[in-house]
Design a binder for this molecule. Sequence first.
Ligand code: ATP
Ligand code: MG
Length: 243
Amino acid sequence: MSEEPSPVLRADGLVGGYVEGVDILNGCSLDANEGEIVVVIGPNGAGKSTLIKAMFGLITPREGRVLFRGTDITGMPPHRITRLGMSYVPQVENIFPSLTIQENLEMGASQGRAELAPRMERMFEMFPILLERRRHRADGLSGGERQMLAVARALMAEPSVLLLDEPSAGLAPRAVAEVFQTVQRVNANGVTIVMIEQNARDALAIADRGFVLESGQNRFTGPGRDLLNDPKVAELYLGGATT
Ligand SMILES: Nc1ncnc2c1ncn2[C@@H]1O[C@H](COP(=O)(O)OP(=O)(O)OP(=O)(O)O)[C@@H](O)[C@H]1O
Ligand SMILES: [Mg+2]
């Protein structure tokens, strides 16, 4: 017995970019079902970050649309999308380095003070290292801890869908593994994940489904495991033969 999965987020045939006449997205689509981890891979400049920005209202595509739980959110401003239940962690500069850990978390919550304390408690439960260091400046954290803070900050808005742009970029292997464990833990708490990754093999290994993007178009789509085992995907995007 198989129930039809319900997409919580769907981008359909997006075309557009940053300046008129230069399209970065050339008709790409993506969908994420409730509770999934969806991973987007592809070469540098493929338009992965741009796709996420288009889904979060940071750019308005000139064609195509984005649906969040059936609501058309194409071009809706990010603060309204956040209120609907989707949060975004950018690829770079995703924390405030000169603020303390606690201040960073406070910046992530859009609601009133009353909501703040219980949410912060939940984050400290989930990320004990942040509790220990809560009065320290964020720039004192290691690379991996910073990514945890960035994720925790996004979770302060209590999203049901989290967009992550390369959370493991530039981290040492052990920290990469920690970030992916964090992502799985957040997902186990019921948050649907859409994650761009350069550590494609490790990311696909934890993905329900993956999307390979190139030149702003979909090249391959399928279950994470299938993509990992696809010789063509391995050759073109995973740096060599399947394992
Ligand atoms: N703010 C911007 N203004 C103009 N062009 C941009 C802007 N941001 C990105 N681009 C261009 O859009 C194209 C796609 O960039 P994008 O950041 O989406 O790629 P990406 O797949 O995320 O690459 P990477 O793996 O390097 O992060 C690139 O040619 C880039 O130069
Ligand atoms: Mg990018």
